[in-house]
Write a protein that binds this ligand. Sequence first.
Ligand SMILES: NC(=O)c1ccc[n+]([C@@H]2O[C@H](COP(=O)([O-])OP(=O)(O)OC[C@H]3O[C@@H](n4cnc5c(N)ncnc54)[C@H](OP(=O)(O)O)[C@@H]3O)[C@@H](O)[C@H]2O)c1
Length: 323
Amino acid sequence: MRAIVCRELGDPETLEMVERDSPPCGPGQVRIRVWAAGVNFVDALFVQGQYQIRPPLPFVPGSEVAGEIIEVGSEVNDWSTGERVVASIGLGGFADEVLVAGSVPVRLPERISYGQAATMGQSYSTALFAMTHRTQVIEGEWIVVAGAAGGLGLAFIDVGRMLGTRVIAAASGPDRLHLCIERGAHEIVDYTTENLKVRIREITGGGADVAADPVGGPHADALLRSLGEAGRLLVLGFASGEIPRLPANQVLLRNRTVVGVDWGAWAMAHPEAQRELFAEVLAAVDDRRLQPVEPTTYPLEEAGTALRDLLERQIVGKACLTT
Ligand SMILES: NC(=O)c1ccc[n+]([C@@H]2O[C@H](COP(=O)([O-])OP(=O)(O)OC[C@H]3O[C@@H](n4cnc5c(N)ncnc54)[C@H](OP(=O)(O)O)[C@@H]3O)[C@@H](O)[C@H]2O)c1
């Protein structure tokens, strides 16, 4: 089998492709032939040693995969070879095979491509979790999402529409905003040329109900100030590399709330609830209430380039490695 190995923490370019024997499939495991592995921001953070968890070296990055079951352990009864699956695995996905516990994969409806499946688990689960568990969005509410043409951003647009909210996509530059419109955003703001707070207030006629921020940096302050009465700021991540400090007076004003969203921790603590949430996502994709974007593809051996492109904002939408 082929795998991408991280031997030292640092730049994605240091990743190496290795060929090695496939390890044996344990009695409680299944082997998945990986056809697509999602490229996520968190994978880059692992390789750079900037994630809150540091796995021992060497390790194979890659947190979500889609593919086909090719071997079933002797104690696993609910899988057969040939079944199409998607699996969220934390690490190990940048390879053409992975071994996982039989309880980990989720069946993939025919309509969903391997590329879509490998790039929507984290982002769509997070968006649905944020909008239904960390706050409860209401039909007709105005939701603004920063980094809207990124993985989480596009998921917020899609899930926000499904839940009946009106979505304002905030992103940098016309190409990204064009994609957001194509994916169903009701309104757009280019935060490289427009005043984010002023534009959101204009569009909403007073203030947004919910602002989702996976980017951090200067946008967080503007998003908080753009909220109307009882508005909620969802803190999701810091893709800009800058963790913002928020003025408490702006939280007090208009009875606003700042809400932390840590889907990964919740999913680990509540695996059954996560399975249900993800099943809801897949069912919605299957009946076309959700329409995840087809990702840009890179061959497995170009994992380093894919992560570099992600870090340098060269990827519009999602990306995956194909084997
Ligand atoms: N809280 C959770 O549960 C959770 C779950 C999944 C992911 N996350 C986190 O959310 C963040 C975004 O994830 P994602 O999958 O949406 O990432 P992504 O696909 O790379 O998108 C991030 C967006 O951030 C913007 N950005 C601004 N400054 C940037 C910079 N210096 N480098 C890269 N991007 C920059 C870019 O949009 P513009 O160019 O338009 O500004 C980009 O499209 C990450 O930090 C990730 O770890 C959190």
